[in-house]
Design a protein around this ligand. Structure first.
Ligand code: SAH
Ligand code: MG
Length: 222
């Protein structure tokens, strides 16, 4: 099939995968609609990526999940749906407004008993989680401020156990990870470099087909 615009083709392919494997139900549709209505930035994961993350969480048999960067709770819905009946998830969000929208979206999805959204700078929330020994988590998903990814990796390593999975969104960042002059790209590259060289991890990046090329880093704690 010929396409003049590669970005358009990539978006269509992603839509094709999402349409087949991640059809949108009322809870997912309403989550995006309410997020838009509340003026939240439209930087959530795609349906295809949500399905991929849910699949990986199920494959790993995750029971306890930690998410860094909630936004409107769209990715949280996918991850929480991978959990067993007694599973639980904590999602960390800086903005009270985002957290409010996310809580309503999770309640509509019937997941409010499984997911707790905590407001505050993630570093402070993570310090508290560490201090109160709420870990280890079976899965940690990093998707907040990009400059802090290397720091979040340190937390993730402390809050997991052998067999746990660490995932991180946006680790190609439109190719900016290969550009030294891009601040966020450099931090993400540092994160990727550490993920690749960390002896306690077996890791790689799954390229994501989006109009803006991106990646989902996946790592297993050894
Ligand atoms: N995971 C979401 C998208 C998250 S967008 C999804 O795919 O549906 C990134 C979120 O991280 C934003 O809501 C932003 O407010 C939040 N964030 C940014 N810096 C943060 C920080 N220091 N601590 C906690 N959350 C932060
Ligand atoms: Mg993201």
């Amino acid at each position: 099939m010929q396409r003049d615009d590669l970005g358009e083709l990539l978006s269509e392919v992603e839509g094709y995968i999402g349409g087949l494997f991640s059809p949108q139900d009322h809870a997912l549709e309403a989550a995006l609609e309410e997020s838009r209505r509340a003026g939240l930035p439209e930087i959530h994961i795609s349906p295809a990526q949500g399905r991929l993350m849910q699949f990986l969480a199920e494959l790993g048999g995750a029971r306890r999940v930690l998410e860094i960067g909630t936004l409107g709770g769209y990715s949280a819905i996918y991850l929480a749906r991978a959990l067993p009946e007694d599973g639980e998830m904590i999602s960390l969000e800086l903005e009270e407004d985002h957290a409010r929208v996310a809580r309503a979206n999770l309640e509509r999805a019937g997941l409010d008993t499984k997911v707790e959204v905590r407001v505050g700078d993630a570093r402070e929330s993570l310090d508290k989680i560490q201090a109160s020994e709420e870990g280890p988590f079976d899965l940690v998903f990093i998707d907040a401020d990009k400059e802090a990814y290397p720091e979040y990796l340190d937390y993730a390593l402390r809050l997991t156990r052998p067999g746990s999975v660490i995932m991180a969104d946006n680790t190609i960042w439109g190719g900016a990870v290969m550009d030294d002059s891009d601040e966020e790209g450099s931090a993400l590259h540092e994160f990727n470099r550490r993920l690749a060289s960390e002896g306690r991890l077996s890791a790689t990046i799954i390229p994501l087909l989006r109009e803006r090329v991106d990646g989902l880093a996946v790592a297993r704690v050894i």
